[in-house]
Design a protein around this ligand. Structure first.
Ligand code: P6P
Length: 334
């Protein structure tokens, strides 16, 4: 099978887009280089002193691990200098990260979670970088928060890098979902999963059952359905929960299934769920829909949610279409 690199795939897509200027291709290539650097550090985390905590906490109130900080700094450093962005938002930073005046600005907006699943870093479980790209509406001048707080349906691209048994890149630009696997011997991401489609119904459900005491009745009913022998499959789904959303999502994307992080009453900060709309739910929802799946907050389509805050959280039910529809049906029942 001819080896197609992600850069070749981007150039093919660029040639097919009459308005393409090459800037978008360069933007993704800058992201790819950042991910290769992060992958190198993640894959030797056990060998050098990048484990453990920096002693700081981020805007989410979570302890920052050294690899979190490293990934965040690599992405900010490289993307600020790309000349392709007008502003950046990171899950680790409370406010927008402006492009310094001495760097050229572009018309793209980049939102990312630099290292999702970072609580798993010290135990060698897969983690990932998630990104979401918008094109600014205004032509020039300072970028307002309103220009960034856009519905997920307006993304021009979204994807993730998964630092697992191999390093993968999965992305969409609205023309299907494609997966690339890093061949470390040549340092290139090679096309390994062309036009990924998620099975309409899955066999796997992913949720943190430890939150059961904090769920409302509808949530308990929805999750119990997947565990019931009288569901539409006439047997319970298999439970799989890694605790790293990129990893859980990726398995369900390939095999079929549903990932759920409902709202719970455990912590007032998490009363709308734990996952962030802009840097986690939106990009993954774009990918899920492009692969034939669905993503809702239990009732509303994720990509239709009008953001009001940069780090707002949403309940998330994402994956195989029929499984997400079942959740929506249960929440919609009176
Ligand atoms: P819990 C990682 O911190 C993360 O944001 C997701 O990657 C993951 O799915 C979730 O939190 C795990 O949360 O509460 O089950 O440990």
């Amino acid at each position: 099978m001819p080896q197609v690199t992600v850069t070749e795939q981007l150039l093919i897509h660029q040639k097919e887009s009459p308005m393409a200027t090459g800037r978008f291709t360069r933007l993704l290539n800058e992201l790819i280089l950042s991910a290769k650097i992060i992958s190198r550090e993640v894959n030797k985390a056990g060998l050098v002193n990048v484990l453990g905590f920096t002693g700081e906490t981020n805007v989410q109130g979570e302890k920052v691990k050294k690899l979190d900080e490293f990934a965040n700094s690599i992405l900010i450093y490289r993307m600020q200098r790309s000349g392709l962005l007008c502003t950046i938002s990171s899950e680790e930073n409370a406010d927008l990260i402006q492009v310094p005046d001495n760097f050229r600005r572009g018309d793209y907006i980049l939102i990312f979670d630099p290292l999702d699943g970072s609580s798993n870093i010290d135990v060698n479980v897969s983690i990932g970088t998630i990104f979401s790209i918008f094109r600014r509406i205004e032509e020039d001048g300072p970028v307002s928060l309103d220009e960034v707080l856009r519905k997920g349906s307006q993304q021009v691209a979204a994807g993730y890098f998964l630092y697992g048994t191999s390093t993968m890149m999965v992305y969409t630009t609205g023309d299907g979902v494609h997966g690339f696997t890093l061949d470390p011997s040549v340092g290139e991401f090679l096309l390994s999963h062309q036009n990924i489609k998620i099975p309409e119904s899955g066999k796997v459900y992913s949720v943190n059952e430890g939150n059961y005491p904090y769920w409302d009745e509808k949530t308990r009913e929805a999750i119990s359905w997947f565990k019931s022998p009288s569901n539409s499959r006439k047997k319970p789904y298999t439970g799989r929960y890694i605790g790293s959303m990129v990893s859980d999502f990726h398995r369900n994307l390939i095999y079929g299934g549903i990932f759920m992080y409902p709202k719970d009453s455990k912590d007032s900060k998490l009363s709308s769920g734990k996952l962030r709309l802009m840097c986690e739910a939106n990009p993954m929802a774009f990918i899920a829909e492009q692969a034939g799946g669905m993503a809702t907050d239990g009732i509303n389509r994720i990509l239709d949610i009008e953001p009001t805050e940069l780090h707002q959280r949403v309940p998330l039910f994402i994956g195989s279409k029929n499984d997400v529809l079942k959740v929506q049906e249960i929440y919609g029942q009176n």
